[in-house]
Design a protein around this ligand. Structure first.
Ligand SMILES: Cc1cc2nc3c(=O)[nH]c(=O)nc-3n(C[C@H](O)[C@H](O)[C@H](O)COP(=O)(O)O)c2cc1C
Length: 156
């Protein structure tokens, strides 16, 4: 199973989460870890595309917003994807969620969501709260297991 993990980060936390997800996925096959800026207007071939961003202004980091624009209205056609974010520990309606925005954009562009959206909670510093790496590791295992049990044709 080939996976690609694409992320944006401002102060490193989302990057650390993305790297941890890539490590989990590497037990299932090849993994590419890329920042949003490193992806042009087409998603590389992969069975699973994992996309993550810090939540900023209730939405995604500008570099990820730019990538979603570049990919266009059919950029996720036929792709299995999962979405994660980092955000502060406010109620969802107050914090917003980049993962929700990623899901909406990717589904609209033809993607098929695998697993629930996942949020990692950071403090105001910002630093990942205790236990967040363990929670996202378990989530990544579930996502990988779902794809491994019922693979979709690799697109691209
Ligand atoms: C410009 C800006 C806007 C932010 N807006 C939100 C927000 O709307 N909701 C939220 O939960 N956190 C918000 N935050 C906090 C970020 O989500 C947090 O700093 C981020 O998850 C840290 O990830 P990073 O280290 O990968 O950049 C904001 C941070 C910045 C810098």
């Amino acid at each position: 199973m080939k996976s690609i993990v694409i992320y944006a980060t401002r102060t490193g936390n989302t990057g650390r989460v993305a790297a941890a997800i890539a490590t989990i996925l590497s037990a299932y096959g090849d993994v590419e870890l890329k920042t949003a800026d490193q992806v042009d207007g087409t998603l590389p071939p992969a069975d699973l595309v994992v996309v993550g961003s810090p939540t900023e202004g209730h939405g995604v980091h500008p570099a990820l917003a730019s990538l979603l624009d570049r990919l266009g209205p059919a950029g996720f056609a036929g792709r299995a994807f999962a979405a994660f974010d980092t955000r502060v520990a406010w109620p969802h309606w107050l914090s917003g969620s980049a993962a929700s925005k990623i899901r909406q954009r990717a589904e609209k562009a033809g993607g098929r969501l695998i697993g629930p959206e996942h949020s990692c909670i950071v403090s105001m510093k910002p630093e990942l709260e205790a236990g967040e790496m363990e929670r996202v590791t378990a989530w990544a295992q579930d996502v990988a297991g779902t794809i491994a049990r019922a693979p979709v044709a690799a697109a691209g």
